[in-house]
Design a protein around this ligand. Structure first.
Ligand SMILES: *[C@@H]1O[C@H](CO)[C@@H](O)[C@H](O)[C@H]1NC(C)=O
Ligand SMILES: *[C@@H]1O[C@H](CO)[C@@H](O)[C@H](O)[C@H]1NC(C)=O
Ligand SMILES: *[C@@H]1O[C@H](CO)[C@@H](O)[C@H](O)[C@H]1NC(C)=O
Length: 579
């Protein structure tokens, strides 16, 4: 497209509609369409699809930590913390990772924690107790193990050849880094008790039988004083926790959890990037912030749910720098690792792994069970069987928990049609048909924001439809002060958004910001608060179920949760096709 066409497109972007309190508001409130001049220019000069999103342009360098530059970092609440090892990692001899010899020793089988017998729990507890008794400078000590997480999560290392921090959350490194971490942790525990079949248990919060924190975590070496007292057994975990007690009965909470799991594992995760997270690559240009479905929640939300609300950062589990000091961390993450294997199975070839070297060759370092300092690459982490462990299968009841529309689509359609009539002038004639800008550079989510978003036209044969996933992109999400923040996204919702949640098919996903402390000590908060997040939600199946898959546009609602909306700013919404 030439500049002129862009200019026309930009002008037509006046076809914008954004409404706060749409249903109660009056018609004048529906209209707000004065994009700033600068904004138009940005469109003209840019890629033509709205402001560029960090992570769209990236080179192909894999990441590695600069081991000679371990430094203090900031906790989520801005307090300096120091997780670096007592002896410089850069002075250690680095050994390249080799896959373990599997035969003749049997596979380590990770079992659901709530099914462990007392002998197994005793064995595991002994291993944890030994770990906790080691001197704190020993690489196998419980504190050093926990600090591994702190190192790679609060940005203690710079990337090599860059001043950018190396952080593995909220991107496609989330799954492989945690897999490698648990791999070494498990083998160290086994070594401490002389059992080379030892396997970590997993906390199967995706299955009703495992939705309560396994009881043994409240005992002995597994116990922790730093947990939310009201969430200990027998309370059912709220997988979409928003720092508010819902008052749901256990069975109700379980049903919501299953519908939520269906969304995060199946309908919202039909492409690798949706499930795994954005493609973070090296250097400042390669930065991105876009967690995959499971990392966003239940990963973040269960961390929040377990952590002690009386602590400033919900430590331990609620904060990156302390999360792995809670023994329950390892069971939580074993379940997340297991869900990665489950997702690969249910998606089969539909969502293959990434093939980029910037992912496969990115490396992390850990001490192994023999105290060797090992460099392991993402490509080494893809097959649990090769790493010598497996998961005991359990039922996946969420596979059958496909939610139903809260309001019959025909009824909703009539209500929505009225809105269409009101806004025809505003929404028609947007030739690129993809982007909804808000009336300003950023729109605060102080209250629910609704926008009508045009769907892209599909090109080519209808037969290709199966391979393309329609994704709703909420872009330029900026959390002021990097505080905890959450909002839910709905499509064509006409029911009360205060009550609507994952049980409604209109629920398209959620955005959760657990603070990232994304800067060095001494670095100015404003200069680092730059990194805007992108939320990508797969909506093809949802649109079918809402009978909206032939409509030209959909209504999108962004509903702030937990009183955090005033801190959330959003640049816009668009719908894309992802192959
Ligand atoms: C860092 O830069 C050096 C020198 O240009 C290069 O040899 C090395 O491969 C780079 N390392 C990474 C991980 O990019
Ligand atoms: C690693 O960090 C040190 C200290 O900041 C710096 O001098 C060195 O150039 C960095 N090395 C690489 C390869 O980035
Ligand atoms: C576990 O920790 C809690 C909180 O400190 C404490 O009240 C409880 O007595 C402990 N339980 C055991 C078995 O140590």
């Amino acid at each position: 497209m030439g500049q002129r066409v862009h200019l026309v497109a930009a002008a037509l972007l006046l076809a914008i509609l954004i409404t706060a309190n749409w249903f109660s508001g009056d018609l004048r409130d529906l209209i707000g369409y004065c994009p700033r001049i600068g904004y138009l220019l940005q469109t003209v000069n840019g890629v033509g699809r709205g402001p560029s999103v960090a992570g769209d342009n990236h080179d192909n360098r894999p990441l590695a930590a600069n081991l000679s530059a371990c430094h203090a970092s900031l906790t989520d609440a801005d307090r300096p913390t120091y997780c670096c090892p007592p002896r410089r990692d850069a002075d250690q001899i680095v050994v390249e990772f080799q896959l373990p010899e599997i035969a003749p020793s049997p596979l380590r089988v990770r079992r659901p924690a709530h099914l462990l017998d007392s002998d197994y729990v005793a064995k595991y507890e002994k291993a944890v107790a030994i770990m906790k008794s080691l001197p704190s400078d020993h690489p196998h000590s419980f504190l050093r193990q926990a600090n591994n997480h702190c190192l790679y999560c609060t940005g203690s290392y710079n990337q090599v050849n860059s001043t950018s921090l190396f952080k593995i959350h909220r991107s496609w490194f989330f799954f492989p880094w945690h897999r490698a971490f648990l791999y070494f942790h498990e083998r160290i525990l086994g070594k401490l008790i002389g059992d080379d079949t030892f396997a970590l248990p997993y906390w199967s919060w995706d299955n009703p039988e495992g939705m309560v924190m396994p009881e043994f975590y409240t005992r002995g070496a597994f116990n922790s004083t730093q947990r939310e007292p009201g969430h200990l057994p027998p309370h059912v975990a709220d997988l979409n926790y928003q720092r508010e007690e819902t008052g749901r009965k256990p069975e109700e909470q379980m049903a919501v959890n299953l519908a939520f799991m269906y969304h995060q594992m199946v309908s919202g995760a039909r492409k690798a990037e949706l499930f795994m997270g954005c493609k973070l690559t090296a250097g400042a240009e390669g930065g991105c912030d876009g967690p995959g479905t499971i990392e966003d929640a239940p990963h973040n939300t269960v961390h929040e749910w377990v952590g002690n609300g009386l602590n400033p950062e919900r430590e331990y589990m609620g904060a990156f720098y302390t999360a792995a000091r809670d023994p329950a961390f390892y069971a939580h993450h074993a379940n997340i690792d297991r869900l990665w294997t489950v997702w690969r199975k249910i998606m089969d070839s539909a969502a293959p792994d990434f093939t980029e070297s910037s992912w496969l060759d990115t490396s992390f370092t850990f001490y192994d069970e023999n105290l060797r300092f090992v460099r392991i690459k993402v490509r080494d982490c893809l097959d649990p069987a090769k790493l010598g462990y497996a998961y005991e299968n359990i039922d996946l009841p969420w596979l059958n928990a496909r939610p139903k529309p809260a309001v019959p689509p025909e009824v909703a359609r009539n209500i929505l049609k009225k809105k269409d009539e009101w806004s025809t002038l505003l929404a028609s004639g947007n030739p690129d048909g993809q982007t909804t800008y808000f009336n300003n550079e950023e729109q605060a989510l102080g209250a629910t924001v609704r926008a009508r978003v045009q769907r892209p036209r599909r090109h080519g044969a209808q037969a290709e439809k199966g391979e393309e996933e329609e994704i709703l992109v909420v872009y330029g999400i900026h959390v002021l002060g990097d505080v905890y923040a959450k909002f839910d996204v709905f499509v064509n919702l006409v029911a009360d958004e205060k009550k609507a949640g994952p049980l409604a098919r209109e629920f398209a996903g959620t955005f959760v910001n657990t603070p990232r402390g994304a800067r060095r000590v001494g670095e100015d908060r404003l200069s680092a608060a730059w990194r805007k997040s992108t939320l990508k939600l797969g909506i093809s199946e949802l649109l079918e179920d809402l009978k909206a898959d032939r409509d030209e546009n959909v209504w999108v609602s962004l509903v702030p949760r937990a009183g955090s909306g005033a801190n959330i700013m959003v640049d816009g919404i668009r719908i894309e096709l992802l192959r």
